[in-house]
Design a protein around this ligand. Structure first.
Ligand code: MLC
Ligand code: AMP
Length: 474
C-alpha cells in the first residue's frame, strides 16, 4: 500500500484518496465565484483548499483564530458565497453579525471520480488577506501561474523531490504553511507530515517516525527547537532545515548548526510576491543572508523613501553595504489587491517593479540581506505580519481610549512583540488586561498586544505625528 500523501496530526490520506475527497469538494463548489475555507490546522482544510483549486474557484483561506471583526471584513470584502469547514471557535456561524453565506462541512472520507477541466493558469487561485500599515487587511489576488512559478523555483533551489518528506506545523492560511507547505509538497509529490502546531517535540517525533527530510519553520520555531536540545538532535538526519517569514537571527542559525550539524537555509518573500529569493541547497550557506533571486524573479534596490523611520542609506547601491528598498518583478508576483486599484497602482513603480517595503543590501554575487522595513508600522511577530494601524483602530474603538500607538518591540522569542501605548479619556482608570481582552474580541490572537502601557500622552513631532522610534526605544 502506498504511503500517505498528507498527514495532519493523526489523520492521513493517500494521494488517490486526497484527490477523490478534494474532487467531491470540487463537485460541490464548481461555479461559485469565491469560496472561504476555515484555515484550521486539519486535513479538512487541505481537502477544502485542494477541492477549490481543482474546481478553479478562487479560495480565501480564513485565519482559524480570526476575531469576529476581522472575519466579517474578510468575508464581506472577498464576497465569499460559501464557507467550507467547521464554524470558527468564537462563533456559532462564521458570518455571525455579517452577511449571510452558505455553510458546508468538509468530509475527507467522501470520494468522487468526476473530472474537472484544468483552469487557465492566469485565473485566480487564492485571495489571501494580509495586513498593511493602516486599515483593514487587504485581499492579495494570487494566480495559479504565480504559485506554480514560485513552487518550481523552490523545488529547483532545494532539489526538492518526491523522495523528500516535508515536515512542518505552520498555520494553513498563509503563504508559508499553505502555499509552500501544502501546495509545494503536492506539486513536488513529497509526502507532507503536518504536526498540528510547530512544536519542537513534534518536529522531532516526525523526524523519527516518518523520516522527515525537509523541515519548514519561522525563526521563532527554530529558536524554540534550539531551546530543546533533545528535539534538535533528532533533526540531525534531515536533509534541509528552512527558515523564513522573518529574519533568522545569526545566533539561532549557529545554535542549530551545533545541535543538528545543519546550517539552516533562509528564503525571503511576501504574500504579494510569494518567495522571490532563496539560499540553494547545493550552494554556499551564509547565516544572516537570504540568498539569491529565484530563476523567474529579478530584484533591485532603489533609494529608500524618506519616512523618517527607514534605515539610512549609506552609499551607492549593490555593494553589499548600501541599504535600499528592495523591489522585485517576475513570475510569482500577485495580480493586485482585491478592489483596491489605487493601492495596487501605488505599490508598483512606474517601470513595473513591486515595492516590497523591505530595506536590503545586495552583494556583487546577487546575495540579499534584509536589514529592516521601511515602515515601523508593519510588525512581524512570530512570523505573522501585523499592521499597527489595524490594532490601533481596534484600540480606538474602546470607549475610554482617546489615543493609541502600537509598536513592535524586539523580542528574543517572537522577533518582535506587540506593545500598545494608550491614552485614556480621564473618566476612569484604563485596565491594561481589559484593553487586551477588548482587542481579542475583534482580532486574531497574534494581533493582540502582549503588553498595554497606559500613558498620559504620546510623543509627537511638530507636525503632530507620533514618534514611534521613541516608543520602540523605551
Ligand atoms: C498569544 N497568546 C496570547 C497572546 N498571544 N494570549 C493572550 N494575549 C496575547 N497577546 C496565546 C496563544 O494563543 C497560545 O495559547 C499561547 O498564548 C502561546 O502563544 P505564543 O507564544 O504566540 O506561541 P504559539 O501560539 O505557539 O505561537 C508561536 C508560533 C506562531 C511561532 C507557533 O507565532 C506561528 O504559528 N507563527 C507562524 C506564522 C506564519 O506562518 N507566518 C507566515 C506568514 S507568510 P494556546 O492556548 O493556543 O496555547 C510569509 C511569507 C513568507 O511571511 O516569507 O513566508
Ligand atoms: P507576509 O506578507 O506575511 O508574507 O510577510 C512578508 C514580510 O516578511 C516581508 O516583507 C519581510 O519583511 C518578512 N520576511 C519574509 N521572509 C523573510 C526573511 N527570510 N528574512 C527577513 N524578513 C523576511
Amino acid at each position: 500500500m502506498s504511503r500517505p500523501a498528507v498527514r495532519v496530526a493523526d489523520a492521513a490520506l493517500r494521494r488517490d484518496e486526497l484527490w477523490a475527497a478534494a474532487t467531491a469538494v470540487a463537485d460541490e463548489v464548481a461555479g461559485a465565484s469565491v469560496v472561504a475555507v476555515h484555515g484550521s490546522a486539519s486535513l479538512r482544510t487541505v481537502v477544502g483548499i485542494v477541492g477549490c483549486l481543482l474546481a478553479g474557484v478562487p479560495v480565501v483561506p480564513v485565519p482559524a483564530d480570526a476575531g469576529p471583526r476581522e472575519r466579517a471584513h474578510i468575508l464581506a470584502d472577498s464576497k465569499a458565497e460559501l464557507w467550507l469547514g467547521d464554524p470558527p471557535a468564537n462563533a456559532d456561524r462564521p458570518d455571525a453579525g455579517g452577511p449571510d453565506l452558505t455553510v458546508a462541512t468538509i468530509d475527507p472520507a467522501r470520494r468522487s471520480s468526476a473530472s474537472h477541466p484544468d483552469p487557465d493558469p492566469s485565473t485566480t487561485a487564492m485571495i489571501m488577506y494580509t495586513s498593511g500599515t493602516t486599515g483593514a487587511p487587504k485581499g492579495v489576488v494570487i494566480s495559479r501561474r504565480a504559485i506554480a512559478s514560485c513552487l518550481d523555483g523552490l523545488a529547483d533551489a532545494w532539489a526538492w523531490t518526491a523522495d523528500d518528506v516535508l515536515v512542518h506545523g505552520l498555520p494553513l492560511f498563509h503563504v508559508h504553511g499553505l502555499v509552500l507547505g501544502v501546495l509545494g509538497a503536492l506539486r513536488v509529490g513529497s509526502p507532507l507530515v503536518h504536526t498540528g502546531r510547530p512544536r519542537p517535540a513534534e518536529y522531532a517525533a516526525a523526524a523519527e517516525q516518518h523520516g522527515g527530510s525537509l523541515f519548514f519553520g519561522v525563526p521563532t520555531v527554530w529558536s524554540r527547537v534550539c531551546d530543546e536540545p533533545a528535539a534538535a538532535a533528532a533533526l540531525d538526519r534531515a536533509r534541509l532545515l528552512v527558515s523564513g517569514s522573518a529574519p533568522l537571527p545569526v545566533p539561532v542559525a549557529d545554535r542549530l548548526r551545533s545541535l543538528t550539524g545543519l546550517v539552516p537555509v533562509e528564503r525571503y518573500g511576501m504574500t504579494e510576491s510569494l518567495i522571490t529569493v532563496a539560499v540553494r541547497s547545493d550552494g554556499e550557506r551564509r547565516p544572516g543572508w537570504v540568498g539569491q533571486a529565484l530563476p523567474a524573479v529579478e530584484t533591485r534596490l532603489r533609494p529608500l523613501p524618506d519616512t523618517g523611520d527607514a534605515p539610512t542609506a549609506t552609499g551607492p547601491a549593490g555593494d553589499a553595504e548600501s541599504i535600499g528598498e528592495l523591489q522585485v518583478r517576475g513570475g510569482s508576483l500577485f495580480d493586485g489587491y482585491l478592489g483596491l486599484a489605487d493601492v495596487t497602482a501605488a505599490s508598483w513603480t512606474p517601470d513595473g517593479w513591486f515595492r516590497t517595503g523591505d530595506a536590503a543590501v545586495i552583494d556583487s554575487a546577487g546575495w540579499h540581506r534584509i536589514v529592516g522595513r521601511t515602515s515601523v508600522d508593519l510588525i512581524k511577530s512570530g512570523g505573522y505580519r501585523i499592521g499597527a494601524g489595524e490594532v490601533e483602530a481596534a484600540l480606538l474603538a474602546h470607549p475610554a481610549i482617546t489615543e493609541a500607538a502600537v509598536v513592535g518591540v524586539p523580542d528574543p522569542d517572537l522577533g518582535q512583540r506587540i506593545v500598545a501605548y494608550v491614552v485614556g479619556d480621564g473618566t476612569a482608570q484604563v485596565d491594561p488586561v481589559a484593553v487586551a481582552d477588548f482587542v481579542a474580541s475583534q482580532l486574531s490572537v497574534h494581533k493582540r498586544p502582549r503588553e498595554v502601557r497606559v500613558v498620559d500622552d504620546l510623543p509627537r513631532n511638530a507636525m503632530g505625528k507620533v514618534q514611534k522610534k521613541l516608543l520602540t526605544a523605551s
